[in-house]
Write a protein of this length. Structure first.
Length: 397
């Protein structure tokens, strides 16, 4: 008996007689899709914002080290042999770097991470070396490029006259000093400002940094590679978005919130659906008994009930998706902008823009429908497997 053909009629009964459940499911679909799209948008922001603007790609290190973190210096024994790296990765776009902790001194002092780079090569790998004023260091020049806020703090300008004294420990443990000319000013990255009380990355020519710390010839603390690349050989690659502690925390927080909120909404839907479906089974007990009395087998009746609920869930999803799309469009139209460095970091963007993703909406449909059908199993099983369901029809007559 093809009972599932009657599923559309049963769906109408659900929609007309279970208005409280309909409102609850539409509301849960709406909430689920809003939060899934919001948190997914923030996750994408974190990946793109930190990955391209602050590192310029991904970072390759010697295998077995902790994931790259700009706050942590790489021990000299773990520096990469750049000649071997180039031989292992002849087709990979990369730039060798020497990153060391130094103290900048003028009338005040400031600890920073000084990154020695091949400026021309690395500038093509992201927007992290964009200058506000001045120029890049020339090869072998004793020069430095400072972030805007540190330059202001130290009272220096890229005017051909300002210099800073740099002190550092050589890689074999001795103090060393150098005077560097300030030749360029970098735009301050608000994310770095939030992370460490001020942008802590300054740049110089790699040869100058290597000479300051007496680095081994042809060695680099890390290698910058194009975003999405995988370094071949004994190297581990850290995505640019994971190179900052705050980005890792934000990414983990957004993922946790998405899972936690989805779990809460699904559990709530299970409870609400179970209560309503259990009541519906009591109300439809006579109808279900008639199906069985006239020869329908239990799998067919199960199929009818689950088809009704699937159609019902689909209709609630359509309403919830429409409301979610309208709500997200309304949020985006507000033009919510980052009014402070901390908000800029949390949004990982200049403004809050939430995209509506149909794959996210489809995932919400599958999850919620699964929850609704799962909540239907216990009451329908108990009702249809009651040995008295058919006999009670005759006793009623």
């Amino acid at each position: 008996m093809a009972l599932t053909a009657y599923a559309p009629k049963g769906f109408k009964v659900w929609a007309l007689k279970k208005k409280n459940l309909t409102a609850a499911l539409v509301g849960m679909y709406f909430t689920l899709m809003v939060f899934m799209n919001l948190l997914s948008s923030l996750e994408r922001n974190v990946a793109s914002f930190w990955g391209t603007d602050f590192i310029g790609g991904d970072v390759a290190l010697a295998a077995g080290q902790e994931p790259f973190d700009v706050l942590r210096a790489v021990p000299v024994e773990n520096w990469v042999d750049i000649g071997r790296f180039g031989a292992d990765n002849p087709d990979l776009v990369y730039s060798a770097r020497s990153r060391v902790g130094v103290l900048l001194e003028t009338t005040t002092s400031r600890p920073v991470m000084l990154v020695g780079v091949d400026w021309e090569r690395e500038a093509g790998m992201g927007g992290h070396l964009e200058l506000l004023e001045g120029r890049a260091p020339n090869a072998g020049e004793a020069a430095i490029v400072l972030p805007e806020n540190i330059a202001y703090e130290l009272g220096v300008k890229a005017d051909g006259q300002s210099t800073v004294d740099v002190s550092a420990m050589t890689l074999d443990g001795y103090p060393n000093y150098e005077r560097l000319e300030v030749v360029g000013i970098l735009e301050t990255n608000s994310a770095l400002t939030f992370t460490a009380g001020g942008s802590f990355l300054a740049y110089a020519d790699k040869a100058s940094v290597d000479a300051l710390v007496l680095a081994p010839e042809n060695a680099s603390s890390e290698v910058l590679v194009s975003a999405g690349s995988v370094a071949l050989g004994p190297y581990d690659t850290t995505p640019g978005a994971r190179s900052f502690g705050v980005s890792r925390v934000l990414d983990s927080a957004y993922r946790f919130l998405r899972v936690a909120l989805m779990g809460f909404i699904l559990l709530f839907s299970l409870a609400v659906s179970y209560y309503n479906i259990k009541l519906a089974m009591l109300q439809r007990r006579k109808e279900l008994g008639i199906y069985l009395a006239f020869g329908a087998n239990r799998p067919s009746v199960y199929g009818l009930l689950f088809a009704e609920l699937a159609l019902y869930s689909l209709a609630c999803w359509a309403a919830g998706a429409a409301l979610a799309a309208l709500a997200l469009g309304g949020i985006n139209s507000l033009g919510i902008r980052a009014v402070s460095a901390s908000v800029h970091v949390i949004l990982a963007a200049d403004a809050l823009v939430v995209g509506f993703s149909w794959p996210q909406a489809l995932a919400a449909l599958l999850l919620m429908t699964a929850a609704v059908l799962a909540s239907a199993v216990p009451p329908t099983y108990k009702t249809l497997n009651d040995p008295d369901i058919v006999e009670s029809l005759y006793r009623t007559r």
